[in-house]
Ligand binder design. Structure first.
Ligand code: GLN
Length: 472
């Protein structure tokens, strides 16, 4: 499924293909390839898929179709689709059926998209390799001995192997961009508050955002246009006032925090590819400027304090009583213990422990409050830098796809893989990962561009030029 959304739209419109034939084709590719890759946790019910096909075909007949009408799309399994399973990659929700549609799902349904399957993910989006899924690892379509990245590994892999043209993931510290980079597709993390989080399982509520995967910047932009927008059901949703389109006057300057990028632990091929690819942007008249972002080195530490704090509080709702796995004990406390022990995997437990620790009295000031202060300082630094540059560029990941099992016993090594993506969530700005070539052994690499608040448009403009620069 390497055709662009616009090409597919043309074919659907002029009748070369039908919505139904497109869905059948996607299901066929999935049936052929997903056995090896395990990007998906399951297809949505036949009744949902067929009713959506009817809606989409009617929209074409009535002349009301848009670029997403009739397009099969895969959804990360932490986004609720009414009546369908939504596990969050966790045993605790293995049999949970969503009782309502997330706002993004409502928007996709209204646009006539065909929700086709649920994507595998690290349990509750905690991880960078999809090895923390309770339902088995997702393998990288470019080399099945390697990880697809995470936590949205399934959403990235299914687009990479051609099962669907686009998918949705969520990004709390890099979970869209990193798997996009490792699988060789485009992934967009939107501005915090841009896309509604209503109906998305919360991980770190001050960091989480939903965003699309696709084969090109243009395809990702098409999905973005449908899913973004104010939502009164999400109290952090940006108001229409603050969304007024900015006049985009590009300065034609790309900033690179070179001392941060050229660091210990970065793979040599990643660094070489980064330098070569960014140099190509000079052909489009860009000036490349070395910049210094103070406190950038602190972002990962800030993240691993704030995120677990929010995780520990958000995951309190899985108590074995209201919904999900239930192991009744003699007392309520025993029921909580037994249900949560049976339902949560080791990484989720580790983060709940870390989170309760940093929030506990006596440590709250030393860790949580301090991390919030540094967060504020970092935000100001980014604002300052964006006075001078259009975008900041870094590699998306310091390493290409690693071997399955290579980092799973070493959480710190896994956390370090987020070094370039995490700062973006800390400050709440948008960023995109775009394929930038391959290693000598054929593993995909990705370039990350970061723009200022609500400047997704800048990412699309520069991203499309970057794609052209890389093809040349
Ligand atoms: N890999 C990061 C983590 O484990 C990011 C996860 C995410 O963005 N959901 O926290």
């Amino acid at each position: 499924m390497q055709k662009t959304l616009k090409q597919l739209h043309e074919e659907l419109k002029n009748g070369t293909i039908t919505v139904e034939s497109l869905v059948i084709e996607c299901k066929k590719t999935i049936a052929e390839k997903d056995g090896d890759i395990h990007a998906l946790l399951g297809l949505y019910s036949d009744s949902l898929i067929s009713s959506q096909i009817v809606v989409a075909e009617k929209m074409f007949k009535d002349g009301k179709a848009n670029t997403l009408t009739g397009i099969p799309i895969v959804i990360k399994d932490n986004i609720l689709v009414k009546g369908e399973l939504a596990t969050g990659g966790s045993k605790i929700l293995e049999k949970y059926h969503a009782t309502y549609d997330a706002t993004v799902i409502k928007k996709l349904k209204e646009a006539g998209a065909i929700l086709i399957a649920r994507a595998n993910m690290d349990e509750f989006a905690m991880g960078g390799s999809t090895e923390n899924s309770a339902f088995g690892v997702t393998k990288n379509p470019h080399d099945i001995t390697r990880v697809a990245g995470g936590s949205s590994g399934g959403s990235a892999a299914v687009v990479a192997y051609g099962g669907v043209p686009v998918s949705l993931g969520s990004d709390t510290g890099g979970s869209i961009r990193q798997p996009a980079s490792l699988c060789g597709v485009v992934g967009l993390k939107t501005t915090y508050g841009d896309v509604s989080r209503y109906g998305v399982m919360a991980m770190g509520s001050s960091l989480d955002q939903i965003g699309p995967f696709g084969n090109s910047v243009e395809d990702v932009e098409e999905v973005y246009k449908i899913i973004s927008g104010y939502d009164e059901l999400d109290s952090t949703s940006l108001s229409n006032e603050s969304r007024k389109p900015k006049v985009e006057n590009l300065k034609k300057i790309i900033g690179i925090p070179m001392s941060f990028v050229n660091r210990e632990g970065i793979d040599k091929e990643v660094l070489d590819n980064f330098n070569i690819s960014i140099d190509m942007m000079k052909n489009f008249g860009y000036i490349i400027k070395d910049i210094n972002i103070e406190y950038l080195e602190k972002a990962l530490s800030v993240y691993y304090i704030l995120m677990p704090a929010e995780v520990s509080s958000n995951l309190a709702r899985y108590d074995g009583i209201r919904f999900g796995l239930s192991h009744p004990g003699e007392t309520s406390i025993q029921s909580y213990f037994e249900s949560r022990t049976a339902g949560f995997g080791p990484e989720v437990r580790r983060r709940i422990l870390l989170g309760t620790y940093v929030l506990s009295s006596g440590y709250h000031d030393a860790y949580y409050n301090k991390a919030n202060l540094v967060r504020e300082m970092l935000r100001k630094e980014f604002e300052k830098v964006f006075q001078e540059v259009d975008v900041i560029a870094t590699p998306t990941s310091p390493v290409p796809a690693f071997k399955i099992g290579e980092k799973s016993q070493d959480p710190l090594a896994m956390y370090l893989a987020d070094i370039f993506t995490v700062p973006v969530n800390i400050v709440g700005v948008p960023a995109i990962s775009i394929p930038s070539g391959k290693t000598s052994s054929g593993l995909p690499l990705g370039m990350q561009f970061v723009a200022s608040h609500m400047s997704e448009g800048t990412l699309f403009t520069i991203g499309k030029e970057f794609e052209l620069a890389i093809i040349k």
